[in-house]
Design a protein around this ligand. Structure first.
Ligand code: HEC
Ligand code: HEC
Length: 329
């Protein structure tokens, strides 16, 4: 009897500990927007939704395709403005797959360049892309801010995607080169932006404000980005000196980290299965550094990043991603 009660004490203590840890983890998860609001973007409810004419016929520069506006936001057959700009898309990329598997090209764009609220997939190593899909399927890659729509959506897609679908998509995206996509501008002040569509949108006539310790990544041409044009990239405003400070951390590790180049390559274009960082969305990369630091991203290979992210400050994250985005992909 005594023995069994002490067993219960242990079990209850363990259960209490588990509950406590769960609450702690949840608090952290819900805090990601509070910590990095410019990276874990939540839409501003005060921004009025536009209601453009669905029948208006639209096109984008350099495309011979045109379509009614109502054909833009179709998640099982998104627009392909530049069919010559990429190999033939497999069905899972163009139309989606099994129940819950939304066309990858809808968010990552047909050429895999991606956007700040998702990720550029083009040119990442095949093994790396497959591993990420496996991590989602195994519940090891979670969104750092569940209230931010697109990463939470990706988690559901990752859970639904079969290994075969993942391999087909990974083969497609890894076969393409990632193209120059983000222009980094160091500055003290930035155009004022609002949060809509899970990104920063410049407020027309809204004036400027101090940049502070953040990255403000916004479309070069908002209208084209809204049309899902995979030829129209982004501009990333970063604080003065961020690129040089980031270079110092990446190449030496600085005070708080380890040199990144050992694993990601001198040019940060990746080595073997280790992902490329060069020229890619600083907003996406910032979310990953923070998710790896808090452990919500805890994939099979994530431990390799522990020493790099453990002691990074928020200012370090801004500097690092400013530098990585400024490099030629
Ligand atoms: C609804 C939009 C959406 C669709 C559709 C979508 N993704 Fe994603 N994907 C995302 C978002 C958002 C992220 C970034 C998650 C984050 O920031 O943590 C992402 C990230 C990824 C990554 C991680 C990239 C990296 O560098 O680690 C892979 C791999 C990926 N997606 C594959 C796919 C595949 C394959 C499909 C199609 C089966 C797909 N995605 C469909 C939104 C989407
Ligand atoms: C010991 C090898 C190693 C070192 C050192 C290292 N990384 Fe990584 N990095 C990796 C691996 C492996 C992954 C994939 C992790 C996973 O699958 O979860 C990764 C992933 C990343 C990602 C996510 C990329 C994406 O597309 O989602 C970022 C960002 C990143 N590293 C930045 C850095 C920075 C910045 C440094 C230096 C401060 C650094 N890494 C140092 C091995 C390393």
């Amino acid at each position: 009897m005594r023995q069994s009660s002490s067993v219960w004490t242990v079990v209850l203590a363990a259960a209490g500990l588990a509950v406590g840890m769960e609450l702690h983890a949840q608090e952290e998860v819900e805090g990601a927007n509070a910590v990095l609001p410019w990276a874990y973007v939540l839409n501003d409810p005060a921004v009025a939704a536009e209601t453009p004419d669905p029948d208006e016929v639209v096109t984008v520069p350099g495309s011979s395709v045109s379509m009614p506006r109502s054909a833009i936001n179709i998640d099982n057959g998104p627009p392909d403005w530049h069919p010559d700009g990429h190999p033939r898309m497999p069905d899972v990329v163009a139309y989606g797959g099994r129940e819950g598997v939304v066309a990858c090209g809808y968010c990552h764009l047909p050429n895999g360049q991606g956007k700040p609220e998702n990720a550029g997939l083009a040119g990442q190593p095949y093994e790396y892309l497959v591993q990420q899909m496996t991590d989602w399927r195994n519940g090891r890659r979670k969104p750092g801010e569940p209230r931010m729509g697109p990463p939470a959506f990706m988690e559901r897609i990752g859970l639904a995607t079969s290994d075969e679908e993942a391999r087909i998509a990974a083969r497609y995206f890894s076969s393409m080169d990632f193209r120059p996509w983000v222009r980094v501008v160091e500055t003290d002040s930035v155009p004022r932006t609002q949060f809509a569509g899970w990104i920063h949108e410049v407020i027309e006539g809204g004036g400027v404000e101090p940049i502070g310790t953040r990255v403000v990544e916004t479309p070069v041409d908002l209208k084209l980005t809204k049309l899902r044009d995979d030829s129209s990239g982004f501009i990333a405003y970063v604080p003065w000196g961020a690129v040089a400070r980031g270079r110092a951390i990446v190449t030496t590790g600085g005070d708080n980290s380890v040199a990144c180049t050992v694993c990601h390559g001198d040019d940060l274009r990746g080595i073997g299965p280790v992902p490329a960082l060069a020229g890619r969305s600083p907003t996406y990369m910032a979310r990953q550094l923070y998710d790896l630091q808090t452990g919500v991203r805890d994939g099979a290979w994530s431990d390799l990043m522990d020493a790099a992210v453990k002691n990074l400050s928020l200012a370090d994250i801004v500097d690092i991603v400013a530098y990585t985005a400024s490099l030629d992909p």
